[in-house]
Write a protein that binds this ligand. Structure first.
Ligand code: C2O
Ligand code: CU
Ligand code: CU
Length: 469
């Protein structure tokens, strides 16, 4: 609390957090300052084309030149249907989809649908390689709750580098529940995608990504923040409830998202579904690959502004300018969002333990480094299982499971230590140094004895270093 107050007052003092009165934007002076001068970028929304009863999505992975910096310098990047990042795929629960990934890059990659409940051979994990020049199609019927998921490369040993180049995008799933709830849902207007990443630049504009041994161990962190591929953008919003779908798309950085003013907000969704009821927060911690949907009420902020920050690193991410006029299409956040089926620990038939540790300079799970040809765990379909995951190291890790969501039962042996905003469906959980979590899950559908799914630490340098099974 002290820290945030210090932070908000210092940022407020530096940036003049007050009514801007509708005059033309104030300048901080100084030619090199790009803060809040670029518009917020909303990735294109791809809703698919219906063909023979199946929705078709066409994605082309390609190289490009992006302009992040303010000195007319280009950065070589990779993107999907564009120069950097990719479009937001909009799927509807129950739809049958074919997502075609055409790889025009100079090398092989894979594209995984993170958070998607799909057959193992459609998962886009380390086994579904897309060679350079080829197209791979992920076909499935959407079979899960409305949620904000994402797609990214998953090539063994190369995931960090391929994500760093720019391959990532959101997958938004809608269902009949989210279509009827009174939530902000105009994409790019009051329903805003927010992909947060960190990068480092060389003097020639290229991405500086040469992780040292130490950076691989501790997770590589950049010194410049991108929001949907833009450094410190500004966003114009109406004075009403606004929904943000936030993805920590960084390789290793753990964020503590907040507003500089200390403004509170309500988290309405975790990784894989809405929360049963909104949870009020002033700080939101997300480790790599975790998502959260939040609703922020700006109805009291006509003509004012605020700054979305990472309070863990004191970084400013983007500025919101609230229009000095009456808002249209106002929504009123309901108190009850969904009823989530809960798995009961008493019904668990098996407990598995996973220990994340270091062994002879390697990062391992249960003493083993990822081997593509080994199936480490076989999970009978419809088994209710408890997984105890321990971070045995003095550094950050998290844990992601493909194929299904889980529910967090305990942190460090305590059910009370599970925060209210973690009591929903999740596929990735942060595990601080020397801590442990206990989750419960059930693998439903898509049994496959030969094509495995993955579980791993989602700090990309760790995953690439073998902390995966
Ligand atoms: Cu985000 Cu194994 O993936
Ligand atoms: Cu995944
Ligand atoms: Cu890790």
């Amino acid at each position: 609390m002290n820290r945030r107050q210090f932070l908000s007052s210092s940022i407020a003092a530096t940036l003049g957090l007050s009514a801007c009165g509708g005059s033309s934007s104030s300048s901080n002076g100084g030619g090199g300052n790009t803060s809040f001068k670029r518009p917020f970028f909303i990735p294109e929304e791809l809703t698919g084309n219906l063909q023979n009863g199946r929705m078709q999505y066409n994605l082309t992975l390609k190289t490009g030149l992006s302009r992040f910096l303010d000195n007319n310098i280009n950065t070589a990047t990779w993107g999907i249907n564009g120069k950097f990042l990719g479009p937001t795929l909009r799927l509807k629960n129950g739809d049958s989809v074919d997502i075609h990934y055409q790889n025009t890059l100079p090398e092989a990659t894979t594209i995984h649908g993170h958070g998607m409940h799909v057959p193992a051979n459609m998962d886009g994990g380390v086994h579904q390689i897309i060679p350079a020049g080829q197209t791979w199609t992920s076909s499935y019927t959407v079979n899960q709750h409305a949620s904000t998921n994402w797609y990214h490369p998953h090539l063994m040993g190369k995931t960090a580098e391929h994500v760093m180049h720019g391959l990532a995008g959101l997958i938004i799933i809608d269902d009949s529940n989210t279509e009827t709830l009174d939530l902000p849902k105009q994409y790019g207007v009051d329903d805003i995608p927010v992909i947060v990443q960190d990068r480092r630049f060389n003097a020639d504009g290229s991405f500086d990504y040469n992780p040292s041994r130490r950076e691989i161990m501790h997770g590589w962190k950049g010194d410049t923040y991108l929001v949907n591929g833009v450094i410190k953008p500004y966003l114009e919003l109406e004075a009403k409830q606004i929904r943000f779908r936030i993805l920590n798309g960084s390789n290793a950085r753990i964020y503590n998202f907040a507003f500089a003013s200390g403004r509170s907000f309500k988290q309405i969704a975790t990784d894989n579904a809405l929360l049963e009821t909104p949870v009020e927060l002033t700080q939101l911690r997300l480790s790599p690959a975790e998502r959260a949907e939040i609703v922020v009420d700006f109805s009291d902020a006509k003509g004012k502004n605020d700054i979305f920050i990472d309070s863990a690193s004191n970084a400013e991410l983007f500025k919101v300018n609230i229009k000095n006029q009456d808002a249209s299409n106002i929504t009123q956040l309901p108190n009850s969002l969904i009823t989530l089926a809960q798995l009961n620990p008493a019904d668990a038939v098996n407990t598995r333990s996973f220990t994340l540790s270091g062994r002879r300079g390697q990062l391992v799970i249960n003493g083993q480094s990822m081997n593509k040809t080994v199936i480490n765990e076989s999970i009978p379909i419809n088994n209710i299982e408890i997984w105890e995951i321990t971070n045995a190291m003095g550094m950050d890790h998290n844990f992601h499971i493909h194929a299904t969501h889980f529910q967090l039962l305990e942190r460090n042996g305590s059910a009370n230590a599970v925060a209210a905003n973690e009591r929903g469906y999740k596929d990735t959980v942060y595990i601080p140094p020397r801590e442990s979590v206990k989750v419960i899950l059930k693998m439903t559908d898509y049994a496959d004895t030969t094509k495995p799914y993955m579980y791993h630490c989602h700090i990309l340098e760790h995953e690439d270093a073998g902390m995966m099974g």
